[in-house]
Design a protein around this ligand. Structure first.
Ligand code: ADP
Length: 682
């Protein structure tokens, strides 16, 4: 029997392995099973070259559990005593501590760097045995034992067949790995697609009311996963079945892209566009990264473009350096090429579905758009491609490309300054009446109700020349798109002011809400009162909600424009009625106001252009006095009109209806409205 020290410079690497790789203990299984796979594949290669002439036989790798041990057995090429000495005992381990300190959170980097694959066994085992017999004729079977100190023993042993058994005596604090369910789920995670069959126990069946083992090996992996096969041999059903295998809980995917390149880098994979039911489904880390069918990670940030991390599927590439830190990864030129390639593949594929089956593309658009918009917002190159197939959907559920839409609205929706005005709604139900008004006017209204639409609108405004987006309820219809022949109203200013005062008096006082009331002619078929909110203000507030530095806007009250339509029959009646009803009270006030106005004008003129110290105090006081009186009279007027309006059910009803239409009539006010309505009917 030979005894010796493992060739490391550090006194004892095992505590280090344990300590630093703590969080990733479970990868020991991946490391040991993939070593077994490697050994098996090497033997197959030797056989194909004629260097191994024996029977390959059943090459299944077996993972088995005992009370205190996990054993991984392969029928690969095995090791001779010299090979154990060379490959197991001599571990290069220079500058270990520095490196470990630097990458302590990245087990993959450490393991890759040191070729520590095999030694990861000591993360979970207090003692490890290798029982191995080389494929070489007359090779002496060997047993290597190590208990976690740098000392090992190596001795001759008995072993029936060719290959290697790795026996792990599991540490007391790692006994979780001895549970069948735990090991089984780890095998699924790390070994699901390994290219050599891996068996874990026997297949089970129900017998006499309980599960019993059958004779058949329970093979846990699919050795030729879909991405390794030729796309030409595969049917849609195969892709769907593979998706179900990967994500048993998900709905059927929208479609998929089979990636397959071997130059200038090697990469295969399948990316799926998932069907998103809600935001909760929208998750990163759904793409799995493999290296020659060995599972590596489900965190692909830096490898695929950010917007595609929302996709599902697998990527397999031996050219992605795994044993480096994430930050390094992003500057790696191969990785950059891979990322660009994937992005291009995705846009090509979308483009081709759009071209070849527009109907299908349209039917999937609503599910698809979040990915496409995210890509357009984050990747310049993707935007340049996607703007040819990205769609706009209108409120009649018709779809247009950007170019088609431009042509559609060019005629009607260009304003007097030559800007193309895109009208949109973000809630077809709530903005129904505004949408109808716009349609009646011959305008088209887009439906922009996606999560990223606010950001998309700003992007499109930046990208498209002389174009502007305006929500359909951001102004009265005549002013939404300013035209040369804008409607003017010939109703006198004082009558308009009177109407505004009457209706203003009945608007509710709401915290942080301001109403700006004006009377305008909007046409006789338009509603009596319209409430709008300016596009600019609303956007500022929306942005304040998502951008921290803009809270100033968030603090500002919501400002609404309330337009009283003087052309509407009901409003005309209110005007006539209020004029007659209030005449007795208002006439003296109006006369007095007319006098005051005249006086004010005279005084003002006399003082105009003079410096403050040149004006006699008496004159200043006189002006002040007049102004005060005017304010008093106006207040009286307002109070008269307000009392009148308060007793006028029509006014109150019209105000409430306008509020109701904008979802602003709530609580007590809503209750009062209903009561009043019932009275009026009854
Ligand atoms: P790596 O696999 O990165 O080379 P490891 O530490 O995992 O590093 O393994 C070191 C070497 O030990 C392997 O390269 C291989 O030569 C040998 N080895 C490990 N496991 C086996 C096995 N099951 N059968 C044959 N050789 C093995």
């Amino acid at each position: 029997m030979q005894k010796g020290n493992i060739g490391v410079t550090t006194e004892n690497i095992f505590p280090i392995i344990k300590k630093f790789l703590y969080s990733d203990h479970e990868i020991f299984l991946r490391e040991l099973v993939s070593n077994a796979v490697d050994a098996t594949q090497k033997l197959k290669t030797l056989a194909s070259k004629g260097e191994f002439k024996g029977e390959l036989g059943d090459l299944t790798i077996h993972v088995s559990l005992d009370k205190d041990t996990i054993t991984i057995s392969d029928r690969g090429l095995g090791m001779t005593a010299e090979e154990i000495e060379k490959y197991i005992n001599q571990i290069a381990f220079s500058g270990a501590n520095d490196f470990l300190a630097k990458y302590k959170d990245d087990a993959n980097a450490i393991i890759g760097h040191f070729g520590l694959g095999f030694y990861s066994a000591f993360m979970v085992a207090k003692r490890v045995e290798i029982v191995t017999r080389s494929y070489k004729e007359d090779a002496q079977p060997m047993k290597w034992t190590c208990d976690g100190s740098p000392e090992f023993t190596l001795e001759g042993t008995e072993k029936e067949g060719r290959g290697t058994d790795i026996i792990l005596y599991i540490d007391d604090d790692c006994r979780e790995f001895l549970e069948e369910a735990r090991l089984s789920s780890l095998l699924r995670k790390y070994c699901h697609f390994l290219p050599i069959p891996v068996a874990f126990g026997k297949k089970k069946e129900w017998k006499d009311g309980k599960q019993v083992d059958t004779e058949e090996d329970n093979v846990i992996n699919d050795t030729t996963p879909l991405w390794t096969r030729k796309p030409s041999e595969l049917k849609d059903e195969d892709y769907k079945a593979f998706y179900r295998d990967l994500y048993p809980m998900s709905d059927e995917p929208l479609f998929w892209i089979h990636l397959n390149v071997d130059y200038p880098f090697n990469l295969t994979g399948i990316l799926y566009f998932p069907r998103i039911k809600s935001n909760i489904d929208l998750q990163k880390n759904k793409i799995q990264l493999y290296c020659n069918q060995v599972y590596v990670t489900d965190s692909v940030e830096g490898i695929v473009p950010d917007f595609l991390t929302l996709l599902h599927g697998v990527i397999d590439s031996p050219d992605i350096p795994l044993n480096v830190s994430r930050s390094y990864l992003q500057s790696d030129s191969n990785v950059k090429k891979i990322s660009t390639y994937i992005s291009k593949k995705v846009s090509d594929r979308l483009q081709s579905i759009f071209k070849n089956d527009r109907k299908d593309f349209e039917s999937k658009w609503d599910d698809l758009k979040i990915f496409i918009h995210y890509g357009m917002l984050t990747e310049e190159d993707f935007y340049d491609k996607a703007n040819k197939f990205a769609l706009l959907k209108d409120t009649d559920s018709k779809y247009y490309t950007y170019e088609e839409y431009q042509n559609l609205i060019k005629g009607e929706q260009t304003d007097k300054d030559g800007n193309l005005v895109y009208l949109y709604a973000n809630n077809a139900e709530e903005q129904y009446s505004y949408i109808e008004a716009a349609k009646n006017k011959g305008y088209n209204v887009l439906l922009m109700d996606g999560q990223l639409d606010v950001a998309l609108i700003s992007l499109l405004e930046r990208k498209m020349e002389k174009s502007r987006f305006t929500r359909v309820d951001s102004d009265v219809i005549d002013r939404l798109i300013a035209k040369e022949d804008a409607r003017t109203t010939d109703l006198e200013a004082d009558k308009r002011e009177m109407l505004a005062t009457v209706f203003r008096s009945q608007l509710p006082k709401v915290d942080k809400v301001e109403f700006n009331v004006e009377a305008q002619g909007l046409g006789e078929n338009v509603a009596p009162i319209l409430i709008t909110q300016s596009e600019y203000m609303r956007r500022m507030k929306e942005m304040a909600r998502i951008q921290p530095g803009m809270s100033f806007y968030g603090e500002m009250p919501d400002m609404f424009n309330v337009v009283i339509n003087v052309d509407n029959k009901l409003v005309k009646e209110v005007l006539n009625n209020s004029e007659t009803e209030c005449a007795a009270d208002l006439t003296p006030l109006n006369l007095s106001l007319a006098d005051l106005n005249k006086r004010h004008e005279e005084l003002h003129k006399a003082q105009e252009g003079k410096k403050a110290e040149e004006i006699p105090t008496a004159d200043k006081d006189a002006l002040e006095e007049v102004e005060k009186k005017m304010a008093d009279e106006k207040a009286k007027k307002e109070s008269i009109l307000s009392t009148y309006a308060g007793g006028n059910k029509v006014v109150r009803q019209l105000v409430d209806l306008a509020l109701l239409q904008n979802n602003m009539l709530k609580g007590e006010a809503l209750n009062n409205f209903i009561k009043r309505s019932l009275e009026m009917i009854g």
